[in-house]
Design a protein around this ligand. Structure first.
Ligand SMILES: [Zn+2]
Length: 305
């Protein structure tokens, strides 16, 4: 029994989030053999490494053997191996992959959390069977990941699929130059279409601070200000997505993150995008995620074949 378990291909996936670390073990048939969840250490790099190592060890023990290790994380890995653009800022500039490998004594693959989301939804999620997919996480930020023929498109700079810090395309006069972004530029797509972007726009237009969920609830009850905010948001999201579609021409776009729960988007985005689509066929398939937040760990496990 033990010998046959040892021969089973196990893939450990870890999703390092801002406040929690989640982990799973995927077995040969993609069944989840074990799972774990812990609070993520804050502002402590060494403790973050130790927490991940502890989780990998516990998962391997529960699943009955060691496995490959894939990790989804905020930000991305720069060509020199250092972390860049992570909102868990204590990771930035650190040689995260080599430090983890030194601790775990196995090779580790790291990918941006939006890339893990896209990979998971393309493998057996909302985009299963599609040749090309753009996965988008609309949460506190707006990440993106591109999958083509089952593989992530991640280039030499480690930022493939990152669309959030391009400027909002086809901006109107009153959207220009747009709000200042943490990246130092004005009018980034992320500052308009993320959860905080929606909330900031609503507050700017109405003087009332509401959460994205409260805006959605208000709109459902017929509040005109909330409806108008969601309409502006959908228009901006449509333009942002249209410019990616014109470049990458994905078979399917899958939305994830908190704002993927805004059910109106799936019907309203395609016609809003149509005027900006270069192709004669302007229809674009926009889908909700199958796995949702769980795509972070599932995609991380799938970083190894
Ligand atoms: Zn930016």
């Amino acid at each position: 029994m033990r010998a046959s378990q040892a021969q089973t291909r196990l893939r450990i996936g870890i999703d390092l989030g801002g406040s929690k670390i989640a982990g799973i073990v995927l077995g040969e048939d993609d069944a989840i053999l074990a799972s774990e969840r812990r609070a993520a250490p804050q502002h402590d790099y060494a403790a973050t490494i130790a927490a991940i190592a502890g989780m990998v060890q516990a998962l391997a023990q529960s699943a009955g053997g060691p496995g490959s290790v894939g990790i989804g994380m905020p930000g991305s890995i720069a060509p020199g191996g250092g972390v860049q653009n992570a909102n868990s800022t204590w990771l930035n500039g650190k040689p995260f992959a080599s430090d983890l490998e030194a601790c775990l004594k196995v090779p580790v693959r790291l990918a941006n959390d939006a890339n893990c989301f896209a990979l998971s939804e393309a493998a057996d999620g909302a985009g299963a069977g599609a040749r090309s997919l753009f996965g988008v996480i609309l949460g506190t930020g707006c990440g993106g990941g591109l999958v083509f023929n089952g593989s992530l498109l991640d280039g030499p700079r480690g930022t493939g699929g990152e669309w959030g810090h391009n400027p909002l395309p086809w901006a109107t006069a009153d959207e220009h130059p747009g709000p200042l972004c943490w990246c130092g530029r004005h009018g980034c797509i992320e500052r308009w279409v993320s959860g905080p972007g929606l909330e900031a726009d609503h507050q700017q237009q109405t003087g009332v601070a509401l959460s994205a969920a409260a805006i959605a609830a208000g709109a459902a009850l017929g509040a005109a200000d909330a409806r108008a905010a969601l309409e502006r948001h959908a228009s901006r999201l449509a333009r942002g997505l249209a410019h990616v579609v014109n470049i990458f021409d994905p078979e399917v776009v899958v939305l994830g993150g908190g704002l993927s729960q805004l059910g109106h988007l799936y019907a309203s985005l395609p016609p809003l995008m149509a005027p900006y689509i270069l192709a004669h066929d302007t229809s674009v398939v926009i889908k909700p995620p199958r796995w949702g937040d769980a795509s972070g760990v599932r995609g991380a496990a799938r970083l190894w074949p």
